[in-house]
Design a protein around this ligand. Structure first.
Ligand code: AHR
Length: 493
């Protein structure tokens, strides 16, 4: 196929908020225990954090990590994870039928985040708890006052506040699987009152309200409108969650996943702007796509897990090449919408639907999805530039009229580098690309890396950790995007 891709310097989408490269650690499976934390591991630091895991996270340049859930947060008492570890309660954890030891809590996690060089995005429990516990947690985390919860933090060894800026008002409160599910108006009210109190304790924090758990939810749309009508004045962001997959093994249909994400984002933007208009507000609500990824490989094996284990191996999806192409494509979509998507969290970071896997007591390895995330996060900082593309479309199964090729560019702040991220979604059909750079005189292609290969089902493992790695492409006169590939092209001036 022939394709033309044009980037004009003035086709600016937005300056990219670096929090679009955030991720997520939940008290779920082996994300915390056996993931980021394993005292006694040969690489463990003085607090028991695995340094081999930290090193891989550093490669991903993750600016913020959402914590402690997810579904977990809706039954969580944050106080259980603070203070003397010998006295912390071991509890039944109802979201994932596990046992939570509380060995790691906010005290340890914020210290881990500091060591990794990332910020914490903290979620409060609006399932079994409410405004009171949330405002206490803000005081514990952020206040300098001589008052009960700020003093508790000091007693626990942290003189300086944690200064957590971004907070989630609960998690997926529309889902009937959620502990303490709410109807839209119930959630809107509690989100509003909780937000008010949290901002009274610290006026500088930013708040994310729960949107729908996905576009498939029966209340999608109506939920967003109701929540925004109730709480608009106190909110900064509305959340979106979505997971993609290929359960029916139709790889070509699966290549259309990013278009589903794109239409979800556009619908939520439309709703936010409708309520802005209704409220005659000057403020636009921005989006926090705080859970996104591929998730389906582990569904069956998770049904076999015995309940009430500590850190069972849950949601351990083993990713393959086609998943990596889709993840890269989803990141292109996030960047294309970076005028409204200011936060996005790859769910999750370690062991649980994750780019980084560990062996308890053993090594670490990179899943296929590690690579598109790494290249985009490392090179996609600056200003997003829109692409004009002519390449035709395909229809396969439920994926209708999907553009064969998609792309976005990012101009670095110093304008020395232009990163192009591009996908050819048509498996088996290469695209010969005419790439036009308008207003980018003197920029030369210096690097072309792709995720591609003959076996879309190939993946990595602890035994074959480098079976699927990025392909370094030769730079020639013509530009080709292999059929079924995700690509990073670096232009330098
Ligand atoms: O990321 C895994 C789970 O997916 C989260 O706990 C929940 O919010 C979502 O359903």
């Amino acid at each position: 196929m022939k394709a033309s891709i044009k980037f004009s310097k003035d086709a600016v989408i937005s300056k990219i908020d670096e929090r679009i490269y955030s991720s997520f650690i939940e008290h779920l499976g082996r994300a915390v225990y056996g993931g980021i934390y394993e005292p006694g591991h040969p690489t463990a630091d003085d607090m028991g954090f695995r340094k081999d895991v930290m090193e891989l996270i550093a490669e991903l340049k993750v600016p913020m990590v959402r914590y402690p859930g997810g579904n977990f947060v809706s039954g969580y008492n944050w106080e259980d994870g603070t203070g003397d570890r010998a006295k912390r309660p071991k509890k039944l954890e109802l979201a994932w039928n596990s046992v939570e030891t509380n060995e790691v809590g906010i005290d340890e996690f914020q210290e881990w985040a500091k060591r990794v060089g990332t910020d914490v995005m903290m979620a409060v429990n609006l399932g079994t708890r409410g405004p009171e516990e949330a405002r206490n947690l803000v005081e514990y985390s952020n206040q300098k006052t001589d008052t009960y919860y700020a003093n508790k933090r000091r007693e626990n060894g942290f003189e300086e506040p944690f200064n957590i800026k971004t907070w989630c008002l609960g998690n997926e409160m529309d889902g009937d699987w959620q502990i303490g599910t709410k109807r839209a108006n119930e959630y809107g009210r509690i989100a509003c009152e909780t937000a008010k109190l949290m901002k009274m304790v610290d006026k500088d924090i930013e708040l994310v309200a729960c949107g729908s758990s996905g576009p498939f939810m029966p209340t999608f749309g109506e939920w967003e409108e109701t929540v925004l009508r109730e709480a608009y004045e106190h909110l900064d962001y509305l959340s979106l969650h979505s997971y993609y997959g290929n359960p029916e093994d139709n790889s070509q249909e699966y290549m259309g996943s990013a278009c589903i994400m794109d239409s979800f984002i556009r619908k939520v933007v439309e709703i936010c702007d409708k309520i802005k208009e209704e409220k005659k507000s000057d403020k636009s609500i921005m989006l926090s796509f705080d859970e996104w990824n591929v998730w389906f490989h582990s569904n069956e094996q998770d049904k076999e897990q015995e309940p009430w284990q500590i850190a069972p191996p849950l949601l351990e999806d083993m990713y393959n090449l086609e998943d990596a192409i889709v993840v890269g494509d989803l990141m292109i979509t996030l960047l294309k919408n970076s005028d409204r998507v200011k936060i996005a969290c790859l769910a999750q970071l370690v062991n649980v639907i994750a780019p980084i896997m560990t062996v308890t007591g053993g090594g670490v390895w990179k899943q296929t999805i590690f690579y598109p995330f790494k290249y985009t996060s490392q090179n996609g900082r600056g200003t997003a530039i829109k692409a004009e593309i002519e390449a035709g479309t395909f229809t396969e199964g439920k994926a209708e009229n999907i553009p064969n090729v998609d792309a976005v560019a990012v101009l670095s702040e110093d304008e020395k580098e232009l990163a192009v991220f591009a996908v050819n979604r048509v498996i088996g059909e290469d695209a010969e690309v005419e790439l036009k750079l308008d207003g980018f005189e003197g920029y030369k292609l210096t690097e072309h890396v792709s995720m591609e290969g003959a076996d879309l089902k190939a993946g990595n493992s602890i035994d074959e950790p480098e079976k699927v790695v990025p392909v370094i492409k030769e730079i020639g006169e013509t530009l080709k995007l292999t059929g079924g590939s995700w690509n990073f092209l670096k232009f330098e001036k």
